[in-house]
Design a binder for this molecule. Structure first.
Ligand code: PAF
Length: 232
């Protein structure tokens, strides 16, 4: 596995690999877990004899809260090992200064799907995701890219990005990997207190139960009462 830390190194590393089958990209923000490992293995399978590129870049532009960025888990040495073990050929690990010009003035905003759900409470988040993913597509020029269905809204918005900007890449959604109690694996789970960690799987359980019941409102009320102490 080759590691590129600058755009220049990435371009030079990828140049001889192009044209020899697919180039499959897995963008990540690091703190890799088994969910990411599944994305990497799916990419390896898709690429066959081609090239798997992973990026580990904690993208500051998609954080609308400085404390959230500060607290985001960082495990760069482990990330390198996870990529190595799961079939990555080229790992791109740039710094924020390498990725962004200090006086950048271009933004990239999706204006429909981004206004609801996560987008409603995180202004600018999806614009930051679109910007960095578009930059990664330009740098890597992948034939394919793999994203987790865990961030389903993100995946839907990125499909729009590719469609509306005619980016020649095929997106693949990878199934959610769940841990104990059905909680979706996420780098942010590392930040849950033991109390939150114990309560979090009930969201998945209630949703699964409500999906198969006509008593949806009852289930939602029950879920709200169980989770009322876990707001904020
Ligand atoms: O899903 C993530 O980890 C990030 O939003 C992504 C797609 C790597 C962009 O920074």
């Amino acid at each position: 596995m080759q590691i590129a830390r600058t755009k220049e190194e990435l371009r030079a590393t990828l140049a001889p690999l192009r044209g020899a089958g697919k180039v499959v990209l897995v963008p990540t923000m690091g703190a890799l877990h088994e969910g990411h490992a599944t994305l990497l293995r799916q990419a390896r399978q898709l690429a066959g004899e081609g090239t798997v590129v992973a990026s580990v870049f904690l993208n500051p532009v998609q954080f609308n809260d400085a404390h959230d960025l500060e607290a985001y888990p960082r495990t760069p040495e482990d990330d390198v090992e996870t990529c190595r073990r799961n079939g990555v050929d080229v790992l791109f690990m740039p710094t924020p200064d390498e990725m962004y010009c200090a006086d950048r003035t271009i933004t990239l905003e999706e204006t429909h799907l981004s206004t609801v759900l996560c987008g409603a409470s995180r202004p600018g988040h999806f614009a930051g995701v679109c910007l960095v993913v578009n930059k990664l597509f330009n740098l890597v020029q992948p034939t394919d890219a793999v994203f987790g269905k865990k961030d389903y809204q993100q995946l839907a918005i990125l499909r729009r990005l590719v469609r509306d900007l005619d980016i020649p890449v095929t997106l693949h959604g990878a199934e959610i990997v769940r841990g104990e109690g059905g909680l979706a694996l996420s780098s942010r789970n590392a930040r849950l207190t033991p109390e939150f960690r114990a309560a979090a799987p009930s969201i998945h359980r209630f949703l699964m139960e409500a999906r198969t019941e006509t008593m949806l409102q009852d289930k939602l009320d029950e879920m709200k009462s169980v989770l009322k102490d876990f707001q904020g």
